[in-house]
Design a protein around this ligand. Structure first.
Ligand code: NAD
Length: 235
């Protein structure tokens, strides 16, 4: 029970990495709030966690909406009394090159992936301060560290998350609030399923992954668990 008694809000918790993280945190003793635009999938994950003996609550959340964030944080506090952990995981991809991407698509990717992290952090900090501290875990990407042959907006958004995390960590360390970013490599989820099924893509990504396989969401969740727990209190 590595996060016993903690309350965690996970954006994009309905499926993929967010759902795997929610299942693991709940198994390790946390109450989890799943914030997502996908209500059906979110409620299914909520039910699955409760049936496995965990504590879970689905909260409708579009991460680009400050009002939604306010409601999701308050739902967590109303149900479970506080907020200790925020996992800013919701994200979307766009693989168009720099000259092909429209302004609307750029704004959408930056809105969900970068502004969403800012709004979530802003909404969570007062409650974490109230709780005496907390841990903010932002899911960036390997593509927030290096460039690639496509995906200009995605790289920009994930790079923004990396540095925003560093700024958050420094500005709120004095409140006992830690902030870290995670940079997964290539993970098989519905975000990547279509792209990975294109001819040659999976092989190309495998050839650039020294471990010789792509990740499952369950490969990423333990890193989130560590950062959510007090084991990482100096990280
Ligand atoms: P996924 O598509 O399976 O899950 C993403 C979740 O975010 C979905 O439940 C979706 O409904 C939700 N979401 C999307 N827009 C939202 C919004 N506006 N408000 C609230 N929720 C919203 O994808 P995943 O692979 O599990 O991705 C999770 C995170 O991991 C993303 O930030 C992604 O960029 C990052 N990531 C993924 C990979 C990969 O290879 N799959 C690699 C590195 C980083």
């Amino acid at each position: 029970m590595r996060v016993a008694g903690k309350v965690a809000l996970i954006s994009g918790g309905a499926r993929g990495i967010g759902a795997a993280c929610a299942r693991l945190l709940a198994r390790e003793g946390a109450a989890v709030v799943l914030g997502d635009v996908l209500e059906k999938e979110g409620r299914e994950t909520e039910t699955e966690i409760i049936e496995a003996g965990g504590r879970a609550l689905f909260a409708p959340l579009d991460v680009t909406s400050e009002e939604d964030w306010g409601r999701a944080v308050q739902a967590a506090v109303a149900r479970y009394g506080k907020l200790d952990v925020l996992v800013n995981n919701a994200g979307i991809s766009n693989r168009r090159g720099l000259e092909e991407i429209s302004i609307e698509a750029w704004d959408r990717v930056m809105g969900v992936n970068a502004k969403g992290v800012f709004l979530g952090t802003k909404a969570a900090i007062p409650e974490m301060r109230e709780a005496g501290g907390g841990s903010i875990i932002n899911i960036s990407s390997i593509y927030g560290l290096v460039g690639s042959e496509g995906s200009g907006a995605y790289h920009a958004s994930k790079g923004a998350v990396r540095l925003f995390t560093k700024a958050t960590a420094i500005q709120y360390a004095g409140d006992g609030i830690r902030a870290n970013s995670i940079h997964p490599g290539f993970v098989d989820t519905l975000l990547t399923a279509q792209f990975h099924s294109l001819p040659g893509v999976r092989e190309n990504r495998l050839s650039r992954t020294p471990l010789g396989r792509l990740a499952a969401p369950e490969d990423i969740a333990p890193g989130i668990l560590y950062l959510a727990s007090d084991e990482s209190s100096f990280v």
